[in-house]
Design a protein around this ligand. Structure first.
Ligand SMILES: *Cc1c(COP(=O)(O)O)cnc(C)c1O
Length: 435
């Protein structure tokens, strides 16, 4: 999702009754077919609101703070800010972006584990008080440059450490040291944050550990005279309502036991993927194809699907919008544009590659697809979470076009919820395919 962050403005197509997201994609494919056939992204802003409605109905007690690193397109920030979310920023650029969208400094948390001095000063200057801290070096930097900060101590969780193969946060024991050091330096500590990634297998156990540890830190902090009132349970919500309910049922009894509502503790979460994953789809075109006969013998005796495998090359790969793959995430197989699979149609094992001919540039290792031709389009859904943005400068096209849409009915609902995007709205006119 390259280049979204540095686009100052954007246009949203309003989809009049009956026009669907598929129609929009069709239109842009036609348009692209006439020019360079470059890949493009379609963002459905209505999806952000539908996810918000889902969040509020399943976990109304958790205040959502959106981690800007998940997708920093201005349209996303704008919609989520109007829906009243708070924001988690990892650096000065993210803080500035969010402030530009009118978010109040009280609703911003500066989160990175290791902060540049300039970013701490910038937070102090802009009245951003909530900073995450996980070690004494950070603490002494903060006490010098931002003595009025209110710290959230980052508590380590096994699941987070396992996913990143790095230890994030501090253990219970070092939390005590940190609290004592903060006391000595006169810096306030107001709460605890932790993160359990969605890859975690045993949610119940992970949340049980993390929340009981958090309770211990609250008690230690209160003993030292701190006013502990913020608990942040991090991200790890895939975007499905089912998984959100699973997390909810793991977390709710623990919150009731350790942080009952009467205690006045404000409970936050950091849903990133939850809000943005499903809102963006990516369309890429097939630019090359290879047939790999797997067993020459059986091939000689007449072809059989099992024995033919296709390699397809697409105009974007892991050095572009699929950079998440380099971080170890798998990419779900795409659908084929304008192709309704019928029952008898043959499908073949296929692998999908980016354009670089580099061994790492494999986007989908294996999926079953009908035989494709060069020029066909593939649609990848759930592409809203950006990966390593810095790598996208290596991509084959300098900037992927991003088309924002919202359906009329979602739009009415969003207006009712207080979202105002009027300057960016235009009426949608269907693109005509003349190719
Ligand atoms: C990336 C990240 C998130 C968002 O995670 P999701 O699984 O996308 O919700 C939240 N908190 C922290 C600390 C993160 O690093």
């Amino acid at each position: 999702m390259k280049g979204l962050a540095d686009k100052p403005s954007y246009i949203i197509d309003l989809l009049e009754g009956g026009v669907t997201l598929e129609d929009v994609i069709d239109g842009h494919i036609c348009e692209q077919a006439l020019v360079e056939k470059s890949a493009f992204v379609v963002g459905d802003l209505g999806a952000l609101m539908r996810q918000h409605v889902c969040w509020q109905s399943v976990v109304p007690q958790l205040q959502p703070y959106y981690p800007v690193k998940s997708n920093s397109s201005p349209a996303v920030i704008e919609v989520l800010a109007s829906l009243g979310l708070g924001f988690v920023c990892a650096n000065k650029a993210e803080v500035s972006l969010v402030l530009e969208h009118g978010v109040s400094p009280e609703n911003i948390i500066l989160s990175s584990v290791c902060k540049q001095l300039a970013h701490i000063k910038h937070a102090a200057k802009n009245n951003i008080q909530h900073l995450v801290c996980e070690n004494e070096t950070e603490l002494s930097k903060i006490s010098r440059l931002h003595p009025n900060a209110k710290l959230l101590l980052q508590l380590t969780t096994e699941a987070h450490a396992a996913e990143t193969s790095m230890v994030f946060g501090s253990s219970l024991k070092s939390c005590r040291h940190l609290l004592e050091a903060a006391k000595e330096l006169g810096v306030q500590v107001v709460g605890v944050t932790f993160h359990i990634p969605s890859s975690c297998q045993d949610l119940q156990q992970a949340y049980t550990h993390a929340l009981s540890d958090a309770r211990c830190v609250f008690d230690m902090g209160m003993d030292l005279g701190f006013n502990m009132n913020i608990l942040d349970i991090g991200g790890g919500f895939t975007g499905s309502e089912f998984q959100l309910k699973q997390v909810e049922s793991a977390v709710r009894p623990l919150l009731d036991a350790y942080f009952p509502q009467l205690s006045g503790v404000q409970v936050l979460a950091q849903p990133g993927s939850f809000y943005v994953a499903s809102a963006f789809s990516l369309a890429v075109s097939v630019i090359g194809k290879k047939v790999v006969p797997r067993h020459w013998d059986s091939l000689a005796q007449g072809e059989n699907n099992e024995d033919t495998e296709f390699l397809y090359y697409m105009n974007e790969g892991v050095y572009g919008p699929f950079s998440r793959k380099l971080l170890g995430n798998s990419i779900t197989a795409p659908s084929v544009h304008k192709h309704v699979l019928c029952a008898e149609e043959a499908v073949y094992p296929s692998s999908l590659w980016g354009p670089t001919l580099d061994q790492l540039d494999q986007v989908v290792e294996r999926c079953l697809l009908p035989e494709l031709s060069v020029g066909d389009w593939l649609l990848f859904s759930n592409m809203g979470v950006c990966g390593l943005e810095e790598l996208s400068c290596l991509s084959s096209s300098p900037q992927l076009p991003v088309y924002y849409t919202v359906s009329t009915s979602d739009w009415y609902e969003m207006q009712e919820a207080g979202v105002a995007l009027d300057s960016a709205m235009k009426n949608f006119s269907m693109l005509q395919c003349s190719a």
